[in-house]
Structure formats: C-alpha cells, structure tokens
Ligand binder design. Structure first.
Ligand code: 5HY
Length: 248
C-alpha cells in the first residue's frame, strides 16, 4: 500500500524528519511518500498561517491521489485543511492531531499535548474540544518557534523537556502528546527519558491510515465530505475550481 504524508509548511528539512518518523513505523508492505507543500508559510503558527497553507496542501493531496496513494496524512498538528481535504479527496485523510489524541486515549486517562508557540495553543485546544478529548487532555506550549526544532543549537529540545516535566508534575499527565510534526524524531528518546508514553502524531497517523486501507474504508461522500460542487473559481484560485461531478 502507498501512503502520502504531506508537510503543509514549505520547510523541506521538516519533511525529512516527518518522512523518517513515518517510515520507522510503517509496515513492510507500506510505501511512504513524504512531500513538502510548494507554496505557503515556512511554518504554521496560528490561524493566518493555517489558512494560507491549505491551497498548497490540497495541491499535494490531489497529486498524490492521482499518483496512486491509498490514504493521505496531513503532517501538521493543527490538522490544517483536514475537512477541505476530506471533501476533495476520494481516499481517507488522517490528521496527526486527531490521530495522536485518539491513540493517547487508548493508553491514558489524562494526557497533555505540548505544542510549540503560544500562538498555537488556542487552536490546539479547539481541536481537543472538537475531538471530544477536553475531559482528558490539557494543552501546553513550550514557547518555541516551530523552525527552532530544526536547529539543534536553538535550545528548543531543552525547553520542550522543561514543559513536559511541568506537565507530568502539574497536570498529573499520564502520557505526553507531541504537538508538532517537527517533534516526530524526539518521541522515542523522550519516552525513555521521562518513563511515560510519548505519542508522535506522525506515527499514530501512519498506523491509522494503514488500518483504514486494510479495512477497505474511506471517507463517506454523503453529506459533510461530499465532493465540492462544481462552479467557477476566479483569480489566483482559478485552478482550484472543483471539477468533480457534484453529488446532490
Ligand atoms: C506543525 N506547525 O505540526 C505545526 C505545529 C504548530 O508548521 N507544523 C507546523 O506549532 O502549530
């Protein structure tokens, strides 16, 4: 099976981290195709970046579906563009936040998401609410820029460790969810270091995408995620006009 993993920001080095994490858990018969969005923000930190990352994300998912991907993963902890992607695509689309939270709920009653910037804090809290985990999950921000994770000298990993320690102490967290795709390479060592389960959303999403494919399940195209209604789009977004035959 082939799974597409899209980094919706435009930083290729983060895609390399994401792809390696995905391949480290993928099954022997799973091919992981990791791609970087070709347009949009270098990192996604808050609502404006999220919105402007969606067109580039959709381009990559549409191309990956045409190229034979049987599922797509949005490798951004804001689950950026997840609903639009599910409406556009005819393959299952998994967001790493939803994937990580659901996996965490199988192994802990209380867990804390540690994300990057304070700007990302409220959007992630909104996702926790949307996914029905408000009773189990707390959200913290380590106050690190997303791209600082790409620089070992930035001290980002140390700040992340400090926030994890506070979560274990103050939140009584039984597990930690890493709240950024760029943290995917840190999960195993942090789990060893802190002695609690540390969940990376990229790996969680790969296993859930494999499960959907193996179960022969894809996004329902009735109602919410029906293909977009055909209509003209003008200006810079002209090429995004839905050409699917609309299911009324
Ligand atoms: C992510 N931003 O996973 C999110 C994390 C965040 O560029 N990739 C990004 O801090 O919102």
């Amino acid at each position: 099976m082939q799974i597409l993993v899209v980094n919706p920001n435009t930083t290729a080095s983060m895609t390399a981290t994401i792809g390696a994490a995905a391949r480290s858990v993928a099954g022997a018969s799973t091919e992981v195709v990791a791609v970087t969005s070709s347009m949009g923000p270098a990192s996604i930190e808050g609502y404006y970046d999220e919105a402007l990352a969606v067109p580039g994300l959709l381009v990559e998912i549409a191309a990956g579906e045409r190229a034979g991907a049987q599922a797509a993963i949005i490798a951004c902890f804001d689950d950026t563009g997840l609903d639009a992607a599910r409406a556009m695509a005819n393959i299952p689309v998994v967001g790493i936040c939803e994937a990580a939270l659901s996996i965490a709920s199988f192994i802990a009653q209380r867990f804390t998401v540690v994300t990057t910037t304070k700007r990302s804090w409220v959007p992630v809290e909104a996702l926790v609410q949307r996914y029905g985990m408000a009773g189990q999950a707390r959200v913290r921000a380590a106050d690190i820029p997303v791209l600082a994770l790409e620089d070992p000298a930035s001290g980002a990993a140390e700040k992340l460790r400090g926030e994890i320690a506070r979560a274990l102490d103050e939140d009584r967290a039984e597990a930690i969810v890493l709240g950024c795709a760029g943290m995917a390479d840190l999960a195993a060592e942090l789990q060893r270091e802190f002695g609690v389960p540390v969940i990376d959303g990229v790996g969680a999403a790969v296993k859930q995408a494999e499960a959907l494919i193996a179960l022969g399940l894809s996004t329902s195209k009735r109602g919410a995620y029906a293909n977009p209604l055909a209509k003209p789009y003008l200006g810079a977004l002209e090429s995004f006009a839905p050409d699917a035959v609309a299911a009324e």
